[in-house]
Design a protein around this ligand. Sequence first.
Ligand code: RP5
Length: 165
Amino acid sequence: MANPEVSIVMGSDSDLEIMNEAAKALSDFGIPHEIQVLSAHRSPELVTQFCKELKTRGIKIVIAGAGGAAHLAGVIAAHTTVPVIGVPIDSSPLSGLDSLLATVQMPSGIPVATVAIGKSGATNAGILAAQILGLHSTEIAAKLMKHKEKLTQSVIDKNNRLKKS
Ligand code: RP5
């Protein structure tokens, strides 16, 4: 996508199915984004280079997903002031609890906005990025309001179906 505003990164291509949910949410809100594999452990120098270029490339938010000893989001946050949203991936025998703790338990001074484990977390990462960008875009803000209305309508529809059954 040309001129991405949000960069999605993930520790491995095995995380793609989950991280695609973040990409889908961003597409729903019309936000240009990119997605690539970057590993804090397997390609530390590429991560550093990526962080150095974020500002000049016009990236406003990074969404970083990783599993296991999930240090990707935290390492990126250590290198940049661009806000980082972390998605813990449930790819290990510990079902993502390890990734959650590794992503969320950042030391004071280096925040990572950590969302839920797995697909719902990835979706919410995309929506959270839209909410941040929506502070300065009436177009995105309007789409976010529609999203909320749809959620309310889905609850009303569920109750109507329950009443009929
Ligand atoms: C992490 O290790 C990745 O984020 C992935 O969730 C997990 C397994 O990676 P692969 O062995 O499938 O490449 O770094």
